[in-house]
Design a protein around this ligand. Sequence first.
Ligand code: ZN
Length: 246
Amino acid sequence: MSTFHPSPGTSTAGHHRALVLFSGGQDSATTLAWALTRYSHVETIGFDYGQRHAVELEQRLVVLDKVRAAFPAWAARLGEDHVLDLSDLGRISDTALTRDAEIAFDEQGLPSTFVPGRNLLFFTYAAAIAFRRDLTVLVGGMCETDYSGYPDCRDTTLKSLQASLTLGMGRDVVIETPLMWLDKAATWAMADALGGTPLVEIIRDDTHTCYLGDRDHAHAWGHGCGTCPACKLRADGWDTWKAHRL
Ligand code: ZN
């Protein structure tokens, strides 16, 4: 298990306003908490692209409300939430996330849930909103450790995109990915370090990860079908974190 050492209160010099790509899942909720310890003003953005697990769009509002209620200091920093309708992305991608199909893996190991270039589009839309809102830092929960073969989650991809957005927007665009080198167990540990049991419980009970959109089955690690790749990763991470904690 990799480790996480929080250093609350620090931020990139001159960059105090951030926009968090917040899907309503475990990773982006942990990333949001991370941003709220570092930036004086934090806004959130979500994307509606016809994903099968559209329940995450509902859960993201529940998480935002609960974070505001449980952490007054963070509530003071938490600003507007933006949701963009990217239904065309769903139409052109034709993957298991947006149509009724089994999740499988192709010969390159890419799961059929892969929406090609999704994060490139998400960050580019986020950068346009951030420009209008005078937010200079974009924060995402992408991670190479558990990235399941998604090339647009790679550190190199996002560093390249940061350079392109900075050039294309004509001003600094900083992309931060605090989970990039953490596994799922370390992500639970990070939530615990940032917000203790209240934050862990919000993330466990109210974030949504399951690819199938299942919120009917409750487990120690949260709700989900328990068998899709996203549920397995989340459950294994929870178990590993708990084992190290005892
Ligand atoms: Zn699942």
